[in-house]
Design a protein around this ligand. Structure first.
Ligand SMILES: [Zn+2]
Length: 491
Protein backbone atom coordinates (compact mmCIF):
# COMPACT_ATOMS: atom_id res chain seq x y z
CA UNK A 1 0.00 0.00 0.00
CA UNK A 2 1.39 3.37 -0.95
CA UNK A 3 1.09 6.38 1.25
CA UNK A 4 -0.48 9.23 -0.57
CA UNK A 5 1.39 12.44 0.04
CA UNK A 6 -0.61 15.52 -0.85
CA UNK A 7 1.40 18.75 -0.99
CA UNK A 8 0.12 21.24 1.52
CA UNK A 9 -0.71 23.83 -1.13
CA UNK A 10 -2.99 21.42 -2.99
CA UNK A 11 -4.70 20.46 0.24
CA UNK A 12 -5.39 24.07 1.13
CA UNK A 13 -6.80 24.77 -2.30
CA UNK A 14 -8.97 21.66 -2.11
CA UNK A 15 -10.36 22.70 1.26
CA UNK A 16 -11.07 26.22 0.06
CA UNK A 17 -12.83 24.90 -3.00
CA UNK A 18 -15.02 22.56 -1.02
CA UNK A 19 -18.23 24.54 -0.75
CA UNK A 20 -19.71 24.84 2.70
CA UNK A 21 -22.38 22.15 3.17
CA UNK A 22 -25.99 23.19 3.83
CA UNK A 23 -26.82 23.60 7.51
CA UNK A 24 -29.66 21.52 9.03
CA UNK A 25 -33.16 22.78 8.24
CA UNK A 26 -34.69 25.08 10.87
CA UNK A 27 -38.17 24.41 9.41
CA UNK A 28 -40.82 22.65 11.50
CA UNK A 29 -43.85 20.66 10.38
CA UNK A 30 -46.77 20.62 12.82
CA UNK A 31 -49.56 18.13 13.43
CA UNK A 32 -51.97 21.06 13.33
CA UNK A 33 -50.98 24.49 12.16
CA UNK A 34 -53.48 27.35 12.19
CA UNK A 35 -53.07 30.41 10.00
CA UNK A 36 -55.53 32.92 11.48
CA UNK A 37 -57.39 35.75 9.83
CA UNK A 38 -55.77 35.66 6.39
CA UNK A 39 -56.87 37.16 3.10
CA UNK A 40 -56.45 34.44 0.50
CA UNK A 41 -55.30 34.67 -3.12
CA UNK A 42 -55.95 31.11 -4.23
CA UNK A 43 -53.63 30.85 -7.26
CA UNK A 44 -56.38 29.45 -9.48
CA UNK A 45 -57.34 32.88 -10.81
CA UNK A 46 -60.14 33.74 -8.39
CA UNK A 47 -60.44 37.11 -6.64
CA UNK A 48 -59.15 37.54 -3.09
CA UNK A 49 -61.40 36.13 -0.38
CA UNK A 50 -61.46 36.09 3.39
CA UNK A 51 -60.52 36.64 6.07
CA UNK A 52 -60.17 32.90 6.55
CA UNK A 53 -58.73 30.55 9.14
CA UNK A 54 -56.60 27.90 7.42
CA UNK A 55 -55.80 24.64 9.17
CA UNK A 56 -52.85 22.59 7.96
CA UNK A 57 -52.48 19.03 9.17
CA UNK A 58 -48.97 17.75 8.56
CA UNK A 59 -48.25 18.54 4.95
CA UNK A 60 -51.86 19.00 3.81
CA UNK A 61 -54.33 21.88 3.86
CA UNK A 62 -57.12 20.39 5.99
CA UNK A 63 -59.69 23.18 6.02
CA UNK A 64 -60.32 26.79 5.08
CA UNK A 65 -63.13 28.52 6.95
CA UNK A 66 -64.36 32.09 7.40
CA UNK A 67 -62.42 33.65 10.28
CA UNK A 68 -64.21 33.94 13.62
CA UNK A 69 -62.41 35.74 16.41
CA UNK A 70 -64.13 33.57 19.00
CA UNK A 71 -63.49 30.26 17.23
CA UNK A 72 -61.66 27.78 19.41
CA UNK A 73 -59.44 25.92 16.96
CA UNK A 74 -56.93 23.52 18.46
CA UNK A 75 -53.44 23.86 16.99
CA UNK A 76 -49.77 23.22 17.85
CA UNK A 77 -48.75 26.44 16.21
CA UNK A 78 -50.70 29.56 15.35
CA UNK A 79 -49.62 32.13 12.77
CA UNK A 80 -51.55 35.37 13.12
CA UNK A 81 -52.00 36.59 9.54
CA UNK A 82 -54.05 39.67 10.41
CA UNK A 83 -53.47 42.23 7.67
CA UNK A 84 -51.54 39.72 5.60
CA UNK A 85 -52.20 37.76 2.43
CA UNK A 86 -51.84 34.04 1.95
CA UNK A 87 -51.07 32.68 -1.50
CA UNK A 88 -49.65 29.43 -2.86
CA UNK A 89 -45.89 28.94 -2.81
CA UNK A 90 -44.14 30.10 -5.97
CA UNK A 91 -43.03 27.49 -8.50
CA UNK A 92 -39.91 28.53 -10.41
CA UNK A 93 -39.64 26.37 -13.51
CA UNK A 94 -36.15 27.51 -14.34
CA UNK A 95 -34.09 27.39 -11.14
CA UNK A 96 -30.46 26.42 -11.60
CA UNK A 97 -28.87 25.10 -8.41
CA UNK A 98 -25.35 26.50 -8.27
CA UNK A 99 -22.59 25.61 -5.83
CA UNK A 100 -19.95 27.82 -7.36
CA UNK A 101 -19.53 30.87 -9.57
CA UNK A 102 -16.43 32.23 -11.17
CA UNK A 103 -14.57 29.04 -10.16
CA UNK A 104 -15.10 29.80 -6.46
CA UNK A 105 -17.58 28.03 -4.20
CA UNK A 106 -20.88 29.40 -2.97
CA UNK A 107 -22.17 28.08 0.35
CA UNK A 108 -24.40 25.20 -0.69
CA UNK A 109 -27.49 26.68 0.90
CA UNK A 110 -26.98 30.21 -0.42
CA UNK A 111 -29.22 29.72 -3.45
CA UNK A 112 -31.76 27.61 -1.52
CA UNK A 113 -32.22 30.22 1.20
CA UNK A 114 -32.61 33.06 -1.29
CA UNK A 115 -35.34 31.01 -2.95
CA UNK A 116 -37.20 30.04 0.24
CA UNK A 117 -36.79 33.60 1.54
CA UNK A 118 -38.73 34.77 -1.53
CA UNK A 119 -41.51 32.23 -1.18
CA UNK A 120 -40.30 29.79 -3.82
CA UNK A 121 -41.45 26.41 -2.60
CA UNK A 122 -40.74 24.36 -5.75
CA UNK A 123 -38.04 24.62 -8.37
CA UNK A 124 -37.53 22.60 -11.48
CA UNK A 125 -33.78 22.19 -11.92
CA UNK A 126 -33.42 22.60 -15.69
CA UNK A 127 -30.33 20.55 -16.38
CA UNK A 128 -28.78 19.64 -13.01
CA UNK A 129 -25.46 21.24 -13.84
CA UNK A 130 -24.10 20.27 -10.41
CA UNK A 131 -24.53 16.63 -11.36
CA UNK A 132 -27.73 14.60 -11.43
CA UNK A 133 -26.64 12.42 -8.47
CA UNK A 134 -26.01 15.46 -6.28
CA UNK A 135 -29.24 17.16 -7.28
CA UNK A 136 -31.30 13.99 -6.72
CA UNK A 137 -29.61 13.63 -3.31
CA UNK A 138 -30.47 17.22 -2.37
CA UNK A 139 -34.03 16.72 -3.61
CA UNK A 140 -34.31 13.88 -1.10
CA UNK A 141 -32.70 15.87 1.74
CA UNK A 142 -35.16 18.67 1.05
CA UNK A 143 -38.16 16.30 0.97
CA UNK A 144 -37.01 14.87 4.33
CA UNK A 145 -36.62 18.41 5.78
CA UNK A 146 -32.93 17.82 6.45
CA UNK A 147 -31.96 20.93 4.48
CA UNK A 148 -33.83 24.21 4.05
CA UNK A 149 -34.62 24.17 0.34
CA UNK A 150 -37.61 24.25 -1.98
CA UNK A 151 -39.00 21.01 -3.38
CA UNK A 152 -36.50 20.14 -6.12
CA UNK A 153 -37.57 18.55 -9.38
CA UNK A 154 -34.39 17.44 -11.14
CA UNK A 155 -34.29 17.49 -14.91
CA UNK A 156 -31.11 16.38 -16.67
CA UNK A 157 -29.55 16.83 -20.09
CA UNK A 158 -29.22 13.69 -22.23
CA UNK A 159 -25.98 13.21 -24.12
CA UNK A 160 -24.97 11.24 -27.20
CA UNK A 161 -24.30 12.05 -30.82
CA UNK A 162 -26.09 9.05 -32.32
CA UNK A 163 -29.69 7.93 -31.83
CA UNK A 164 -28.57 4.84 -29.89
CA UNK A 165 -26.34 6.85 -27.58
CA UNK A 166 -29.17 9.31 -27.05
CA UNK A 167 -31.57 6.52 -26.05
CA UNK A 168 -29.02 4.94 -23.71
CA UNK A 169 -28.40 8.30 -22.08
CA UNK A 170 -32.12 8.84 -21.45
CA UNK A 171 -32.38 5.39 -19.82
CA UNK A 172 -29.35 6.09 -17.60
CA UNK A 173 -30.77 9.41 -16.41
CA UNK A 174 -34.04 7.72 -15.49
CA UNK A 175 -32.18 5.10 -13.45
CA UNK A 176 -30.27 7.82 -11.64
CA UNK A 177 -33.45 9.54 -10.49
CA UNK A 178 -33.97 12.39 -12.96
CA UNK A 179 -37.63 13.38 -13.21
CA UNK A 180 -37.43 14.90 -16.67
CA UNK A 181 -35.14 15.94 -19.47
CA UNK A 182 -33.82 19.23 -20.70
CA UNK A 183 -32.93 19.07 -24.36
CA UNK A 184 -30.68 21.59 -26.06
CA UNK A 185 -29.35 21.51 -29.61
CA UNK A 186 -29.48 18.03 -31.12
CA UNK A 187 -29.20 16.47 -34.55
CA UNK A 188 -32.71 15.75 -35.86
CA UNK A 189 -32.21 11.97 -35.74
CA UNK A 190 -30.97 12.19 -32.14
CA UNK A 191 -33.93 14.44 -31.24
CA UNK A 192 -36.37 11.85 -32.58
CA UNK A 193 -34.66 9.01 -30.71
CA UNK A 194 -34.40 10.91 -27.42
CA UNK A 195 -38.06 11.93 -27.57
CA UNK A 196 -39.19 8.43 -28.45
CA UNK A 197 -37.27 6.99 -25.53
CA UNK A 198 -38.51 9.77 -23.23
CA UNK A 199 -42.14 8.96 -24.09
CA UNK A 200 -41.55 5.25 -23.42
CA UNK A 201 -40.21 6.10 -19.97
CA UNK A 202 -42.89 8.77 -19.36
CA UNK A 203 -40.24 11.45 -19.02
CA UNK A 204 -41.44 15.04 -19.44
CA UNK A 205 -39.14 17.10 -21.66
CA UNK A 206 -38.23 20.78 -21.50
CA UNK A 207 -36.32 22.36 -24.31
CA UNK A 208 -34.03 25.35 -24.64
CA UNK A 209 -33.71 25.21 -28.42
CA UNK A 210 -31.12 27.91 -29.03
CA UNK A 211 -30.66 27.97 -32.81
CA UNK A 212 -30.69 24.68 -34.65
CA UNK A 213 -32.31 22.75 -37.48
CA UNK A 214 -35.40 22.08 -35.37
CA UNK A 215 -37.71 24.82 -34.13
CA UNK A 216 -40.82 25.17 -31.96
CA UNK A 217 -43.02 23.40 -34.53
CA UNK A 218 -40.80 20.33 -34.33
CA UNK A 219 -40.68 20.56 -30.54
CA UNK A 220 -44.48 20.63 -30.39
CA UNK A 221 -44.86 17.74 -32.82
CA UNK A 222 -42.32 15.69 -30.82
CA UNK A 223 -44.29 16.17 -27.60
CA UNK A 224 -42.06 18.57 -25.67
CA UNK A 225 -43.80 19.64 -22.43
CA UNK A 226 -42.27 23.10 -22.01
CA UNK A 227 -40.41 25.55 -24.22
CA UNK A 228 -37.91 27.63 -22.24
CA UNK A 229 -37.14 31.27 -23.05
CA UNK A 230 -38.34 31.94 -26.60
CA UNK A 231 -35.82 30.08 -28.73
CA UNK A 232 -37.40 28.29 -31.64
CA UNK A 233 -40.70 30.21 -31.61
CA UNK A 234 -39.97 33.29 -33.75
CA UNK A 235 -37.49 31.14 -35.66
CA UNK A 236 -40.35 28.91 -36.79
CA UNK A 237 -42.14 31.97 -38.19
CA UNK A 238 -39.25 33.57 -40.09
CA UNK A 239 -39.48 32.99 -43.83
CA UNK A 240 -36.06 31.50 -44.61
CA UNK A 241 -33.09 31.55 -42.22
CA UNK A 242 -32.63 34.09 -39.43
CA UNK A 243 -31.35 37.28 -41.02
CA UNK A 244 -28.14 37.99 -39.10
CA UNK A 245 -25.29 40.30 -40.23
CA UNK A 246 -22.73 38.62 -42.47
CA UNK A 247 -20.01 38.62 -39.76
CA UNK A 248 -22.36 36.96 -37.21
CA UNK A 249 -21.00 33.91 -35.44
CA UNK A 250 -23.34 32.04 -33.09
CA UNK A 251 -20.40 30.98 -30.92
CA UNK A 252 -19.50 34.58 -30.24
CA UNK A 253 -21.60 35.32 -27.12
CA UNK A 254 -21.95 39.01 -27.95
CA UNK A 255 -23.17 38.25 -31.48
CA UNK A 256 -25.48 35.59 -30.17
CA UNK A 257 -27.26 37.67 -27.53
CA UNK A 258 -27.19 40.95 -29.41
CA UNK A 259 -28.88 39.64 -32.54
CA UNK A 260 -31.29 37.42 -30.67
CA UNK A 261 -32.92 40.78 -29.97
CA UNK A 262 -33.93 41.09 -33.61
CA UNK A 263 -35.71 37.74 -34.06
CA UNK A 264 -39.22 38.69 -32.95
CA UNK A 265 -39.15 41.56 -35.41
CA UNK A 266 -38.13 39.21 -38.21
CA UNK A 267 -40.98 36.79 -37.52
CA UNK A 268 -44.00 36.96 -39.80
CA UNK A 269 -47.14 37.61 -37.64
CA UNK A 270 -49.41 35.25 -39.63
CA UNK A 271 -46.91 32.44 -39.35
CA UNK A 272 -46.38 33.18 -35.65
CA UNK A 273 -50.08 32.90 -35.08
CA UNK A 274 -50.13 29.40 -36.53
CA UNK A 275 -46.95 28.39 -34.65
CA UNK A 276 -48.78 29.31 -31.43
CA UNK A 277 -51.81 27.27 -32.50
CA UNK A 278 -49.57 24.25 -33.07
CA UNK A 279 -47.96 24.67 -29.65
CA UNK A 280 -51.42 24.94 -28.15
CA UNK A 281 -52.69 21.85 -29.95
CA UNK A 282 -49.78 19.87 -28.48
CA UNK A 283 -50.29 21.26 -24.98
CA UNK A 284 -46.90 22.94 -24.77
CA UNK A 285 -46.31 25.20 -21.77
CA UNK A 286 -44.33 28.35 -22.48
CA UNK A 287 -41.83 29.37 -19.80
CA UNK A 288 -40.61 32.66 -21.26
CA UNK A 289 -38.02 33.70 -18.58
CA UNK A 290 -38.52 37.32 -19.64
CA UNK A 291 -36.61 39.03 -16.85
CA UNK A 292 -33.23 37.36 -17.25
CA UNK A 293 -32.70 39.33 -20.48
CA UNK A 294 -33.58 42.66 -18.84
CA UNK A 295 -29.90 43.59 -18.81
CA UNK A 296 -30.13 43.82 -22.60
CA UNK A 297 -32.64 46.64 -22.49
CA UNK A 298 -31.07 48.51 -19.56
CA UNK A 299 -27.51 47.55 -18.70
CA UNK A 300 -26.93 50.21 -16.04
CA UNK A 301 -30.08 49.27 -14.14
CA UNK A 302 -29.13 45.60 -14.13
CA UNK A 303 -25.63 46.36 -12.86
CA UNK A 304 -26.83 48.50 -9.96
CA UNK A 305 -29.65 46.61 -8.28
CA UNK A 306 -30.21 47.71 -4.69
CA UNK A 307 -30.09 44.17 -3.29
CA UNK A 308 -26.63 43.33 -4.60
CA UNK A 309 -24.88 44.99 -1.68
CA UNK A 310 -26.39 42.79 1.04
CA UNK A 311 -27.36 39.64 -0.87
CA UNK A 312 -24.95 39.05 -3.79
CA UNK A 313 -21.82 37.00 -3.15
CA UNK A 314 -18.69 38.74 -4.48
CA UNK A 315 -17.77 35.82 -6.77
CA UNK A 316 -21.28 35.89 -8.26
CA UNK A 317 -20.99 39.58 -9.09
CA UNK A 318 -17.52 38.94 -10.53
CA UNK A 319 -19.02 36.23 -12.74
CA UNK A 320 -21.48 38.73 -14.24
CA UNK A 321 -18.72 41.13 -15.30
CA UNK A 322 -18.02 41.13 -19.05
CA UNK A 323 -15.69 38.29 -20.07
CA UNK A 324 -15.80 36.45 -23.41
CA UNK A 325 -14.91 33.14 -21.73
CA UNK A 326 -18.07 33.04 -19.56
CA UNK A 327 -21.61 32.22 -20.61
CA UNK A 328 -23.92 35.22 -20.53
CA UNK A 329 -21.17 37.73 -19.65
CA UNK A 330 -21.11 39.40 -23.02
CA UNK A 331 -21.65 43.06 -22.23
CA UNK A 332 -18.15 44.14 -23.21
CA UNK A 333 -19.65 46.41 -25.78
CA UNK A 334 -23.31 47.19 -25.28
CA UNK A 335 -24.66 50.19 -27.11
CA UNK A 336 -27.67 52.48 -27.08
CA UNK A 337 -28.71 50.82 -30.32
CA UNK A 338 -28.60 47.38 -28.68
CA UNK A 339 -30.82 48.54 -25.84
CA UNK A 340 -33.30 50.15 -28.20
CA UNK A 341 -33.43 47.01 -30.35
CA UNK A 342 -34.05 44.88 -27.26
CA UNK A 343 -36.79 47.18 -25.98
CA UNK A 344 -38.66 46.80 -29.23
CA UNK A 345 -37.99 43.07 -29.15
CA UNK A 346 -39.55 42.86 -25.70
CA UNK A 347 -42.73 44.56 -26.85
CA UNK A 348 -43.30 42.06 -29.65
CA UNK A 349 -42.26 39.08 -27.51
CA UNK A 350 -44.57 40.10 -24.62
CA UNK A 351 -47.46 40.59 -27.03
CA UNK A 352 -47.14 36.99 -28.21
CA UNK A 353 -46.80 35.60 -24.70
CA UNK A 354 -50.04 37.38 -23.84
CA UNK A 355 -51.63 36.07 -27.03
CA UNK A 356 -50.60 32.49 -26.16
CA UNK A 357 -52.32 32.77 -22.78
CA UNK A 358 -55.37 34.41 -24.37
CA UNK A 359 -55.77 31.37 -26.63
CA UNK A 360 -55.61 29.07 -23.61
CA UNK A 361 -51.88 28.33 -23.58
CA UNK A 362 -50.17 27.63 -20.27
CA UNK A 363 -47.69 30.39 -19.40
CA UNK A 364 -45.35 29.83 -16.46
CA UNK A 365 -42.74 31.57 -14.34
CA UNK A 366 -39.05 30.69 -14.55
CA UNK A 367 -36.14 32.88 -13.49
CA UNK A 368 -32.90 31.40 -14.89
CA UNK A 369 -31.11 33.29 -12.11
CA UNK A 370 -27.35 33.08 -11.70
CA UNK A 371 -26.65 34.69 -15.05
CA UNK A 372 -26.68 38.25 -16.36
CA UNK A 373 -27.05 40.17 -13.07
CA UNK A 374 -30.11 38.09 -12.20
CA UNK A 375 -30.05 37.11 -8.52
CA UNK A 376 -31.76 34.00 -7.14
CA UNK A 377 -35.11 34.75 -5.49
CA UNK A 378 -35.12 38.43 -6.42
CA UNK A 379 -34.97 37.39 -10.09
CA UNK A 380 -38.09 35.23 -9.72
CA UNK A 381 -40.05 38.17 -8.29
CA UNK A 382 -38.73 40.36 -11.10
CA UNK A 383 -40.09 37.76 -13.53
CA UNK A 384 -43.56 38.30 -11.99
CA UNK A 385 -43.17 42.04 -12.62
CA UNK A 386 -42.34 41.28 -16.26
CA UNK A 387 -45.50 39.21 -16.64
CA UNK A 388 -47.40 42.20 -15.26
CA UNK A 389 -45.63 44.44 -17.78
CA UNK A 390 -46.61 42.02 -20.54
CA UNK A 391 -50.20 43.00 -19.78
CA UNK A 392 -51.38 40.24 -17.49
CA UNK A 393 -53.70 41.03 -14.59
CA UNK A 394 -51.95 40.59 -11.21
CA UNK A 395 -54.30 37.66 -10.48
CA UNK A 396 -53.06 36.00 -13.68
CA UNK A 397 -49.46 36.76 -12.77
CA UNK A 398 -49.88 34.94 -9.45
CA UNK A 399 -51.54 32.08 -11.31
CA UNK A 400 -48.58 31.82 -13.72
CA UNK A 401 -46.27 31.57 -10.71
CA UNK A 402 -48.31 28.92 -8.92
CA UNK A 403 -51.07 26.80 -10.49
CA UNK A 404 -49.72 27.10 -14.06
CA UNK A 405 -46.29 25.95 -12.88
CA UNK A 406 -47.87 22.98 -11.12
CA UNK A 407 -49.78 22.06 -14.29
CA UNK A 408 -46.62 22.25 -16.40
CA UNK A 409 -44.87 19.90 -13.98
CA UNK A 410 -47.82 17.52 -13.73
CA UNK A 411 -48.28 18.28 -10.01
CA UNK A 412 -52.01 17.86 -9.44
CA UNK A 413 -52.19 18.82 -5.75
CA UNK A 414 -50.11 21.94 -5.29
CA UNK A 415 -50.17 25.51 -6.58
CA UNK A 416 -53.66 26.33 -5.24
CA UNK A 417 -54.83 27.23 -1.72
CA UNK A 418 -57.48 24.51 -1.46
CA UNK A 419 -58.39 21.84 1.10
CA UNK A 420 -56.72 18.54 0.27
CA UNK A 421 -53.85 20.27 -1.51
CA UNK A 422 -50.27 20.29 -0.28
CA UNK A 423 -49.51 23.05 2.18
CA UNK A 424 -47.19 25.07 -0.05
CA UNK A 425 -48.21 28.49 1.22
CA UNK A 426 -46.85 31.97 1.71
CA UNK A 427 -47.83 34.46 4.36
CA UNK A 428 -47.06 37.83 2.79
CA UNK A 429 -46.84 41.19 4.56
CA UNK A 430 -48.89 43.18 2.09
CA UNK A 431 -50.98 42.68 -0.99
CA UNK A 432 -49.03 41.39 -4.02
CA UNK A 433 -52.01 42.21 -6.26
CA UNK A 434 -51.54 45.87 -5.35
CA UNK A 435 -47.76 45.76 -5.60
CA UNK A 436 -45.74 42.71 -6.61
CA UNK A 437 -42.72 44.36 -5.02
CA UNK A 438 -43.99 43.36 -1.57
CA UNK A 439 -42.66 39.89 -2.45
CA UNK A 440 -39.04 41.08 -2.66
CA UNK A 441 -36.94 40.13 0.36
CA UNK A 442 -36.00 43.78 0.70
CA UNK A 443 -39.68 44.68 0.98
CA UNK A 444 -41.07 48.14 0.27
CA UNK A 445 -41.05 51.49 2.04
CA UNK A 446 -44.52 52.88 2.65
CA UNK A 447 -45.99 55.89 4.37
CA UNK A 448 -47.98 55.18 7.54
CA UNK A 449 -49.32 57.99 9.71
CA UNK A 450 -46.89 60.47 8.27
CA UNK A 451 -43.81 58.29 8.68
CA UNK A 452 -41.94 56.08 6.25
CA UNK A 453 -41.78 52.45 7.38
CA UNK A 454 -40.45 49.19 5.90
CA UNK A 455 -43.12 46.68 5.03
CA UNK A 456 -43.48 43.72 2.79
CA UNK A 457 -41.51 40.60 2.22
CA UNK A 458 -42.67 37.04 2.67
CA UNK A 459 -43.15 36.58 6.42
CA UNK A 460 -43.47 32.77 6.37
CA UNK A 461 -42.74 30.29 3.62
CA UNK A 462 -44.55 27.03 4.21
CA UNK A 463 -43.28 24.19 2.07
CA UNK A 464 -45.07 20.88 2.27
CA UNK A 465 -46.37 21.91 5.68
CA UNK A 466 -42.89 22.89 6.93
CA UNK A 467 -42.85 26.43 8.31
CA UNK A 468 -39.82 28.60 7.52
CA UNK A 469 -39.23 32.06 8.95
CA UNK A 470 -38.41 33.75 5.63
CA UNK A 471 -36.69 36.89 7.01
CA UNK A 472 -34.49 34.69 9.23
CA UNK A 473 -33.33 32.73 6.16
CA UNK A 474 -32.54 35.97 4.36
CA UNK A 475 -30.61 37.17 7.41
CA UNK A 476 -28.49 34.01 7.10
CA UNK A 477 -27.86 34.86 3.44
CA UNK A 478 -26.70 38.35 4.45
CA UNK A 479 -24.35 36.75 6.95
CA UNK A 480 -22.86 34.51 4.22
CA UNK A 481 -22.28 37.57 2.05
CA UNK A 482 -20.69 39.54 4.92
CA UNK A 483 -18.34 36.66 5.68
CA UNK A 484 -17.39 36.25 2.03
CA UNK A 485 -16.60 39.96 1.79
CA UNK A 486 -14.43 39.78 4.91
CA UNK A 487 -12.53 36.86 3.40
CA UNK A 488 -12.07 38.77 0.15
CA UNK A 489 -10.93 41.87 2.02
CA UNK A 490 -8.47 39.95 4.25
CA UNK A 491 -4.82 40.37 3.18
ZN1 LIG B 1 -31.15 28.01 -17.97
Amino acid sequence: MRTLIIPLTTLTTATTLLAQQPTPSPGVRYDRLLIRNALVIDGAGNPTRGPFDIVVEGSTIASIRPHRADANIRADRVIDATGMHVMPGIIDLHGHIMFSRNREPLPKDYVYKLWLGHGITTIREPGSGEGIDTVVHHARLSAENRIAAPTIIPYAVPGGTTPEQGRASVRRLKERGAMGLKVFVLRPDVWEAVMDEAHKLEFPVATDMKIQEYDALDAARLGVRTIEHWYGIPDAAIPGPQDFPEAYNYDNELDRFRWAGDLWRQADPDRLSSVLDTMLAHNVSWDPTLAVYEVNRDLVRAQNLPWFDAYAMPNLLAFFEPDPSRHGSYHFEWTTNDEVMWRENYQIWMKWVREYAARGGNVTVGSDAGFMYHLYGFGTIRELEFHREAGFHPIEVIQHATWNGAKALGLATTGVVRPGFEADLLVVDGNPLHNLKVLYGTGVTVEENGRMVRRGGVRFTIKDGIVFDAPALLEEVKQMVRQAKQRTAAP
